[in-house]
Structures are given as C-alpha cells and as structure tokens.
Write a protein that binds this ligand. Structure first.
Ligand code: CAA
Length: 250
C-alpha cells in the first residue's frame, strides 16, 4: 500500500509512502490518494485530515519524472487532471486539511501542500516548483495556488527560477503557517483542536474563505443561515452560561 490512512480519534492521517522514490507520485499512488481523499470527504466521522509523507526525507518529491518522461500531450492532460482532482479534494472537502511537510515538497508535492487549508513545515523541509528545470511548468494547481497563497511576485520568482527554499524562507513568504518539530505532532495537535469545534461552522468557514476574494456578498447570508444549526445555538448559549460547548455536528 502506498497510501496509508490511519485514524487518531476524529482525525484521519493520510501518509504517502513510496520512499524509494522520495514519495514521488506515480499513477497508482496518485489514483489511490485521490480515492482515499474522496472517501474522507464523505466520511462524517473524520473531522480533520492531516496529509504527510513517510520517512525522514520527503513529503512528496513531485510527480514521478520517470513516468512523465514518455507521456504524449493527451496522456499528460489526464495526468494533470488526476493531480487536480486530488488537490481539489484537499481544497474543497468540507473539513480542515493540514499538510505536515516533513522534507522535500517539490513540484506536485508543493502543489498538494498548497491545496491544503493549513501548512506546517519541519525545520528540514524544502519547498519548490522546479518544473522549469525539466522544461515544463507546474500542472497540479501550482501556478494559481502559489500565487494566491504567497502573492504573484513570489510565485513568479519561484516558478521561473525553480529555486528550492528552506522552511524559514517558506515561513517568511507565507508558504507555511509555522515551522515546528516534530511537524506531525504539531499538525495533530492543531487537528485535534479543530476536531473539537463545530464541524458545521468549520465547513462553512472553509467554503466562505475559499470564495475569497469574491465572497463578501455571500457571507452575511450564510452567517445568518448558520444560526439554524444546533451547534450555533449551543456555542452561543454555552458562552452565556459560562460552560464548554458540546458540538454535535448539526
Ligand atoms: N520522480 C521520480 N523519481 C524521483 C523523484 C521524482 N519526482 N524524485 C526523486 N526520485 C527518486 C530518484 O530518482 C532516486 O531514485 P533511484 O535511486 O532509483 O535513482 C530516489 O528518488 C532518491 O532520489 P535522489 O537520489 O535524487 O535523492 P537526493 O537526496 O540526491 O536528491 C532531490 C533529492 C533533490 C529531491 C532529487 O531527488 C530531485 O531533484 N528530485 C526531483 C524533484 C522534482 O523535480 N520534482 C518535480 C517533478 S515535476 C512535477 O511535479 C510536475 C507537476 O507539477 C505535477
């Protein structure tokens, strides 16, 4: 199995494990990742998803270059679409997704991390979009999501040069939310914190933030609709009663 899904209470930890290729994604591994993410998107028991790479060296060193070296344009389009599907699931599933980047996050690896809601890096992590050095460009969302997360100036420099940056620089340019060791423990502690909140409110928060910068008109309305949920009633009442809220996910 190259994709392992383990449960830690309400948290699902998805580990990409193809260590002989620094967790680079071939068709089999990426298809399996896409399938597992689809299941987790629909799984009401999983309240947060943490994505990481197996081993000490890599998160994901990118799409499998050996596989790509013989692709014709139509095949490469399908390959791009498959990566987009996996990334879109991370970005749009109605629960928080957190990348715990434990080593190289290059090319498609950086793109999967960018599709997660939150990114944490170990101090050894390295990020980059080195596709330009292969005569290609990012194909799993990197041209758009790197620009959204870090701004167009940073995205153009990293994508044009293919320069690989360390965790401190990734933090400085806003590519990661924090640098922490061990990174998986940090990601899990934040995931646990999120899993205790109202999943209804979190899902709406994610949907609204994903609309940025165009979602302003939707916010007041969706905010209002949320007041019909048991969780909103409970959260507001608990504050007034000076007690801890118990969210039920409705
Ligand atoms: N695809 C296939 N195999 C890969 C790989 C990749 N992306 N990255 C690493 N590997 C393999 C290596 O070929 C090597 O296998 P062999 O032992 O069979 O030769 C093994 O993993 C270990 O790698 P190295 O010996 O190269 O390890 P290193 O420590 O010397 O270097 C590295 C590490 C700098 C990450 C280097 O492996 C590297 O540059 N990898 C490629 C990174 C890259 O360019 N990624 C972008 C891919 S393109 C893409 O992702 C397109 C897209 O947008 C979808």
């Amino acid at each position: 199995m190259s994709i392992d899904v383990a449960r830690d209470g309400a948290i699902a930890v998805v580990t990409i494990d193809r260590q002989d290729a620094l967790n680079a994604l071939d068709v089999e591994t990426l298809t399996e990742l896409r399938d597992r993410l689809r299941e987790l998107a629909d799984d009401g028991e999983a309240r947060a998803v943490v994505l990481t790479g197996a081993g000490e060296k890599a998160f994901v060193a990118g799409a499998d270059i050996k596989y790509m070296s013989s692709l014709e344009p139509e095949q490469a389009k399908s390959w791009g679409a498959l990566g987009h599907e996996a990334a879109r699931l991370l970005e749009a599933m109605p629960k928080p997704t957190i990348a715990a980047v434990n080593g190289f996050a290059l090319g498609g690896g950086c793109e999967l991390a960018l599709a997660c809601d939150i990114r944490y890096a170990s101090s050894r992590a390295k990020f980059g979009q080195p596709e330009i050095n292969l005569g290609i460009v990012p194909g799993w969302g990197g041209t758009q999501r790197l620009a959204r997360v870090c701004g167009i100036g940073v995205a153009k420099e990293l994508i044009y040069t293919g320069r690989v940056i360390d965790a401190e620089e990734a933090l400085r340019v806003g590519l990661v939310n924090a640098v922490a060791d061990p990174v998986l423990d940090h990601a899990l502690s934040v995931a646990r914190e999120l899993a205790a909140k109202s999943p209804v409110a979190l899902a709406l928060a994610k949907r609204l933030v994903n609309m940025a910068p165009g979602g302003l008109e939707r916010e007041a309305d969706e905010f209002g609709d949320l007041f019909a949920s048991e969780d909103a009633k409970e959260g507001l009442a608990a504050f007034v009663d000076k007690r801890t809220p118990r969210f039920v996910g409705r």
